[in-house]
Design a protein around this ligand. Structure first.
Ligand SMILES: *[C@@H]1O[C@H](CO)[C@@H](O)[C@H](O)[C@H]1NC(C)=O
Length: 144
């Protein structure tokens, strides 16, 4: 083997070992961005920019509350539980084994009444039409 082809072979081996992890990292970053967009939509009441997979499912406190991307988008924009959200605080996002684990505190209520709840919400994403889209949402919501 000449120098050129052994060099190429080395490149191929090294890059194929490194590439999956690079690819995985950027997938994680876009899944975090997608998750943040979902949470932000609670305040804007506009879910049009949230990358939801068409087959996205959502489960909150053990109950299925969404069976498709459009259904979940519509509920974030229109359902009363999201309408009464005043602010979102202490947001954190951690990725582990492809799961985006978020935590945040929701201030809910109207007028002078405010209820605080702690949300733990896990997101998984799947590639759809060349972009990472939220495929599953699992949330545990508890009042303080
Ligand atoms: C999120 O995923 C982690 C790790 O699998 C798990 O321990 C935690 O209970 C999950 N949280 C929710 C809200 O499902």
């Amino acid at each position: 083997m000449d120098r050129g082809s052994s060099c190429f072979l080395l490149f191929l081996i090294v890059s194929s070992l490194v590439y999956p992890s690079i690819c995985h990292e950027s997938d994680d970053a876009s899944c975090v961005a997608a998750s943040k967009a979902y949470v932000l939509a609670f305040l804007t009441h506009d879910a049009s920019h949230v990358p939801l997979h068409p087959l996205c499912t959502r489960r909150e406190n053990g109950i299925i509350t969404g069976r498709s991307g459009p259904e979940i988008a519509s509920s974030v924009e229109k359902s009363p539980q999201f309408r009464v959200i005043k602010s979102i605080n202490e947001e954190t996002y951690v990725v582990e084994n492809g799961i985006v684990m978020s935590k945040y505190v929701l201030d809910t209520g109207f007028g002078p009444i405010t209820l605080k709840s702690q949300v733990q919400e896990n997101f998984t994403c799947e590639s759809y039409c060349g972009a990472q889209k939220i495929r599953t949402i699992v949330a545990c919501i508890s009042l303080f």
